[in-house]
Design a binder for this molecule. Structure first.
Ligand SMILES: [Zn+2]
Length: 304
């Protein structure tokens, strides 16, 4: 079974509190780790959740507010003390590149690995791709330039039917092509349709991270068809006006985005420190969209 797991390392807003760390998530995709936002406490929480620093290859920072990036200098420095090798790419909005380049130059002078900073195009687009996954960015609507990220597993191969492979005596050299959807042509020219010799592939999974943003239907458009959506839900209904002024969303608005996008499940987080529990936020989001999960430090969500 292939792994596509969301790990919540921080889900509070603005500042660290006794209840929550600021924003940070790690996507564990088949044992490779992709970090999204890196608030204070990220590296401590990684340790608590027993994640291997060496597996971290990319960090995606949504915007340059401290609660989304103050964990970065400490984490990058620690990686060097762990003698990480190879390369680590930090994707961040252009406006953060100069200041973080200087911090890295100053504190990570004798780094054991290469730290690359890659500026995000404010228009969005594919920012990482390999044989199994793509990562796209898309614009959000906050007080400063802010991007969301979509992780899409690439389409999987069809399953071979062992009985049919044996029955038609299909040579090994053709099996991969058949998994990709090819028909089998027997030596006498007879065509055996793919549907007879395979079963459907497992569904490719996708995950969208909607960081700090106003409610905006363009966000739903950008994440349309994504399986699981994380969306900030800083406030409840009574704080609607404050949410608008501060460039944030209410839980109900997060629910509306998930509904408009046709998601299967919604994860909410980035709670204001005024809430002792996320209960009221879950309740109000659920009135718009049925399947709501409240983020919490240490939570692991398997997307399968
Ligand atoms: Zn912010």
């Amino acid at each position: 079974m292939s792994r596509f797991q969301i790990n919540i390392l921080g889900c509070g807003s603005a500042t660290p509190t006794a209840r929550h760390n600021p924003s940070c998530q790690v996507i564990d995709f088949r044992d490779r780790l992709f970090m999204v936002d890196c608030g204070e406490g990220a590296q401590v929480q990684m340790r608590k959740m027993k994640m291997k620093f060496s597996r971290l290859g990319h960090i995606f920072i949504s915007h340059m507010h401290g609660d989304h990036c103050f964990g970065l200098p400490g984490l990058l420095s620690t990686l060097s003390l762990h003698e990480k090798t190879g390369e680590l790419t930090v994707h961040m909005p252009q406006e953060g590149v100069d200041v973080f380049s200087r911090i890295i130059e100053f504190f990570c002078r004798e780094s054991t690995y290469d730290i690359k900073i890659s500026p995000l195009d404010p228009k969005g687009g594919v920012i990482f791709e390999d044989h199994a996954i793509t990562v796209e960015s898309f614009p959000l609507y906050h007080r400063v330039p802010c991007m969301g990220f979509i992780f899409r597993e690439k389409p999987k191969l069809r399953h071979l039917r062992g009985d049919m492979v044996k029955y038609f005596n299909i040579p090994v050299s053709q099996l991969h092509g058949i998994k990709e959807g090819n028909d089998f042509v027997k030596p006498d020219g007879t065509v055996i349709e793919n549907a007879r010799i395979t079963t459907d592939a497992d569904k490719a999974v996708s995950y969208a991270y909607c960081s700090d943003t106003l409610f905006d239907e363009r966000v739903a458009e950008a994440v349309k068809g994504v399986d699981t959506i994380y969306h900030e839900a800083t406030y409840d209904d009574d704080m609607l006006e404050q949410a608008r002024q501060r460039g944030h969303s209410t839980a109900r608005q997060a629910g509306a985005i998930a509904r408009l996008a046709g998601a299967r499940q919604l994860v909410i987080g980035h709670y204001s420190k005024r809430y002792i529990t996320p209960d009221i936020l879950v309740k109000q989001a659920s009135e718009e969209f049925a399947n709501v999960i409240a983020a919490n430090e240490g939570l692991k969500i398997d997307l399968l």
